[in-house]
Design a protein around this ligand. Structure first.
Ligand SMILES: NC(=O)c1ccc[n+]([C@@H]2O[C@H](COP(=O)([O-])OP(=O)(O)OC[C@H]3O[C@@H](n4cnc5c(N)ncnc54)[C@H](OP(=O)(O)O)[C@@H]3O)[C@@H](O)[C@H]2O)c1
Length: 305
């Protein structure tokens, strides 16, 4: 089968290559998915799990990609809950990746049924950002109606989902990002926008929750805009930053089939818009992940036409 592989961590996305690889086999409780569409988060190439297995042994050449939508073609020994021929979407384990390929072996518990009226491209684009936004706002951030949320990177893949879920939940949303993304963030539902490259976002005061996707200095500065007792949620890694009398939660998403059901229902009934910036074939994937101009939104690889 055709697959994208990486062997050199220092090379980043420039080190991706399209090669022939053997088709994966389904282990106990796995399914094999014929991948129709898949996604990749650039952060993946910095995660140890892309390069080593759980015992820290080199697992290169690795096939990156965790996000996928496709059709089940085989079940592993003992696998229940999914059937051959079923449309599915979800996320492979980070120590496995493997979705930038024609077939991927994935644990069945990491997949959910994909309704027939939701396109594979859309399915592959909502799993990772949708679950991340949902868990950050409602599981970790315990967002309530009437609260205010500052969303960094509000026009990005995760930020646009955070904005839409927060608005639907009755929160007031202030988005941040690059100036070019102002209108896009407002279109996703942000009620205000702060250009964090040129404006001082500390002018915003007393928000209940900050949802950070950027990290570093932005995370540190964010603690100061939160009301005492409020919450800083970040997906950009551990931080010392903490709001006064409040909580900081940095987390990595976990798969949750019920939450994915909530998310896909919102896609079907029009409450949630996905944020796709580019769609490319597997043959063009390496170029798509090394763009010559800035692309806002997710790049999705349409593996099968
Ligand atoms: N912990 C988890 O569970 C988890 C889950 C999903 C994603 N992540 C991580 O979260 C991050 C965001 O993911 P994503 O898929 O939403 O990425 P994305 O689509 O690239 O969105 C990030 C947004 O923030 C903007 N941005 C980044 N740095 C900025 C800066 N210094 N100033 C102004 N705007 C800035 C980006 O603009 P530009 O495109 O112009 O840079 C983009 O609009 C990634 O690092 C990803 O690896 C973590």
């Amino acid at each position: 089968m055709k697959a994208i592989v990486v062997t050199d961590q220092a090379a980043g996305t420039a080190g991706m290559r399209l090669v022939e690889r053997p088709e994966p086999q389904a282990a106990i409780n796995d399914v094999v998915v014929q991948v129709h569409a898949s996604g990749f988060t650039s952060g993946e190439l910095t995660w140890p799990s892309t390069w080593t297995d759980r015992l820290a042994r080199d697992r290169t050449p690795s096939i990156p990609g965790q996000e996928l939508a496709g059709v089940v073609t085989a079940l592993g020994y003992g696998t229940t809950g999914l059937s051959v021929g079923q449309r599915v979407f979800g996320l492979s384990d980070s120590y496995r990746g493997g979705t930038l390929a024609e077939y991927a072996a994935v644990e069945a518990r990491n997949l959910a049924p994909l309704p027939g009226d939701v396109d594979f491209t859309v399915g592959a684009s909502v799993a990772m950002p949708g679950l991340t936004a949902w868990q950050g706002l409602f599981v970790h951030g315990r967002l309530q109606a009437g609260q205010s949320v500052l969303v960094h990177g509000a026009a990005g893949a995760v930020g646009s989902m955070v904005t839409q879920f927060a608005r639907e939940a009755g929160a007031y949303v202030i988005g941040t990002g690059r100036v070019a993304d102002r209108q896009k963030a407002l279109d996703f539902g942000a009620q205000e926008f702060v250009d964090i490259e040129n404006d001082v976002f500390e002018d915003v005061r007393g928000v209940d929750l900050v949802f950070d996707v950027i990290g570093g200095d932005i995370t540190k500065r964010s603690a100061g805009v939160i009301r005492p007792g409020g919450t800083l949620v970040t997906i950009a890694g551990p931080t010392e930053a903490r709001p006064a009398d409040g909580l900081t939660i940095d987390f990595v998403l976990v798969f949750d089939r019920a939450q994915l059901g909530e998310i896909v229902q919102r896609v079907r009934d029009g409450r949630l818009r996905t944020n796709i910036g580019n769609i490319a074939t597997l043959d063009d994937a390496v170029a798509a992940f090394n763009p010559t101009k800035r692309i806002s939104g997710k790049t999705i690889i349409r593996v099968r036409p």
